[in-house]
Design a protein around this ligand. Structure first.
Ligand SMILES: *Cc1c(COP(=O)(O)O)cnc(C)c1O
Length: 419
C-alpha cells in the first residue's frame, strides 16, 4: 500500500474496531475492500477542475495519479474518442490495427527507439519488459537470468512486478516472490558495478527514471549516463520504467531525455491515454526482436479505442505545447512551494521535475490527503511522508498559484500541530 492508502486503511481499521452496532457501513460494500477511500464521489470534470456529487469543486493536483494528461473533458480529445466509438472499439490482434502502427511510429519518433508492444496498464508494460529481459538472457545462453532492481522502486502489483518492487508493504502476504532479482540502492553506480563484477547472470537494469510511489526520487543524470555505459559494456538491457514520469510530465517527452541517453526498453502507461487504459513497451534495437510470434500477447492490448486515445494525447500535447507548459508551470509551482514551505523545519525537501513534484516532510502526513480534499485540492501522499503533486499538463500558472495558496497553510498548520 502506498502512504495515502495506508493512512486511510488505518482510519478504516479504527472505524471497524468500533462496536458493530455503531460502526458505519462500509461504502461500496459490494466492491472488494482493497483501497482506503475518501468519502467523496467525483461526478465530472472540466480542465483541471473536478466536481463531486454534492457539487463541491476541487482543483485537480493529482490527475488520476499522473493519468489525466489533458485534464478533463478536453475539447479535442472527447470528440475524437466519440468518433472512434462509432468506428471500432475493439477487434483482436488477429488483424492488422492501423492505429497501433500510427501510435508506435509516433512513440518511436519522440523517443528515438525502434518499436512498441501495446498492453493495458503499467504493470503489464513492466511484465512485458521483464519477459523481454529474461528471453534476451535465454537467447544468450543464460539459463537463470537476473535483473537488477532498486530499493523503493514501484513497478506494479502482479506477482512478478511486486517482486521487482522495493517496498515490503506491497510484497507482504504474497510470497513466494518471483526469483531472479538483485536489489541495489538508487544513484549508487558502485553498487551496480559490484554486481557486474560477480554476477554473470545479470541481463538487465530496471528502474524508474524518477521513482513515483517511492517518494518522487529522481535518478541523477550522471547516474543514468553511468548505467548506460555499464549496460553497453556488459551487454545488459537498460530498462527505464517511465509509466509515471513519461509522456511530457517533466518537460521532455521522457524523463531520461534530460540525461541525453536512451534506454533499450521503456514501459509506459499512465499518461499515454489521458485516462483511457493503455500501456506500451517501447524498444530500442537491442530489444526489438527478442519477442517473436507466440511469445507474448494480450486480448485487449492495442485496441483501436486505446490507440486513438494515445495518438490524440500525443498530438494534442504537441499542438498545445504541453511539454513546455509542464516545464514552465512546474517550475513556477515548485518555486511557489519552495517560497511558502521551503524554510519550515518540518519540510525536508521539495523536489521533482516539471509537473511531478514531491514535498518531503520529516513525519508521516497521510492525513493531508483528506484535509487537502476538504480544502478543495486533490493530491496524494506517498512513501508516508511525501506530498505528491502530478496534475494534468494543461495546468495554468494561475492554477499552480492556487495549489500553493491552498496547500501552504495546510502544511504549515499540520507541522505546527504535530511539532
Ligand atoms: C503506476 C505505476 C506502475 C503500475 O501501473 P498500473 O497501471 O497501476 O499497473 C508501474 N510503474 C510505475 C513507475 C508506476 O508509477
Amino acid at each position: 500500500m502506498n502512504a495515502p492508502e495506508t493512512a486511510l486503511a488505518n482510519t478504516l481499521a479504527a472505524a471497524q474496531a468500533t462496536p458493530a452496532a455503531t460502526a458505519p457501513a462500509r461504502p461500496m460494500p459490494h466492491v472488494l475492500n482493497t483501497y482506503g477511500r475518501l468519502p467523496i464521489a467525483l461526478s465530472h470534470g472540466q480542465g483541471c477542475w473536478v466536481w463531486d456529487t454534492q457539487g463541491k469543486r476541487y482543483l485537480d493536483g493529482l490527475g488520476g495519479i499522473a493519468v489525466n494528461t489533458l485534464g478533463h473533458n478536453h475539447p479535442q480529445l472527447v470528440p475524437a474518442l466519440q468518433h472512434q466509438l462509432t468506428q471500432l472499439i475493439h477487434c483482436s490482434n488477429y488483424y492488422e490495427i492501423p492505429l497501433q502502427e500510427q501510435l508506435a511510429k509516433k512513440l518511436c519518433e519522440i523517443s528515438g527507439l525502434a518499436g512498441a508492444f501495446f498492453c493495458n496498464s503499467g504493470l503489464e508494460a513492466n511484465e512485458a519488459a521483464l519477459k523481454i529481459a529474461r528471453k534476451y538472457g535465454h537467447d544468450k545462453g543464460i539459463e537463470k537470468p537476473e535483473v537488477i532492481v532498486y530499493e523503493k522502486a514501484f513497478h506494479g502489483r502482479s506477482i512478478a512486478t511486486l517482486s521487482a518492487t522495493g517496498n515490503p508493504k506491497v510484497q507482504a502476504g504474497f510470497g513466494p516472490l518471483v526469483e531472479g532479482f538483485v536489489r541495489v540502492p538508487l544513484n549508487d553506480l558502485a553498487a551496480v558495478e559490484a554486481v557486474a563484477q560477480n554476477n554473470p547472470n545479470v541481463v538487465a537494469v530496471f528502474l524508474e527514471t524518477i521513482q513515483g510511489e517511492g517518494g518522487v526520487n529522481p535518478a541523477r543524470w550522471e547516474y543514468l549516463q553511468g548505467l548506460r555505459r555499464l549496460c553497453d559494456a556488459q551487454g545488459w538491457l537498460l530498462m527505464l520504467d517511465e509509466v509515471q514520469c513519461g509522456i511530457g510530465r517533466t518537460g521532455k517527452w521522457f524523463a531520461h531525455q534530460w540525461a541525453g541517453i536512451q534506454p533499450d526498453v521503456m514501459p509506459l502507461a499512465k499518461g499515454l491515454g489521458s485516462g483511457v487504459p493503455i500501456g506500451a513497451v517501447v524498444c530500442g534495437p537491442r530489444a526489438l526482436n527478442v519477442l517473436g510470434p507466440g511469445n507474448h500477447g494480450t486480448t485487449f492490448g492495442g485496441n483501436p479505442l486505446a490507440m486513438r486515445a494515445g495518438v490524440e494525447t500525443l498530438r494534442i500535447c504537441e499542438e498545445e505545447g504541453l511539454l513546455a507548459n509542464a516545464a514552465t508551470v512546474g517550475l513556477l509551482l515548485r518555486e511557489g512551494l519552495q517560497r511558502e514551505l521551503g524554510h519550515l523545519s518540518g519540510v525536508k525537501e521539495i523536489r521533482g521535475a516539471g509537473l511531478m513534484i514531491g514535498i518531503e516532510l520529516d513525519r508521516p502526513c497521510g492525513v493531508l490527503l483528506g484535509r487537502a480534499a476538504e480544502a478543495g485540492l486533490l493530491l496524494s501522499v506517498t512513501a508516508d511522508k511525501v506530498i505528491r503533486i502530478v496534475p494534468p499538463l494543461i495546468l495554468t500558472a494561475e492554477e499552480a498559484a492556487q495549489i500553493v495558496v491552498i496547500l501552504a497553510p495546510l502544511v504549515q498548520a499540520f507541522l505546527a500541530e504535530t511539532a
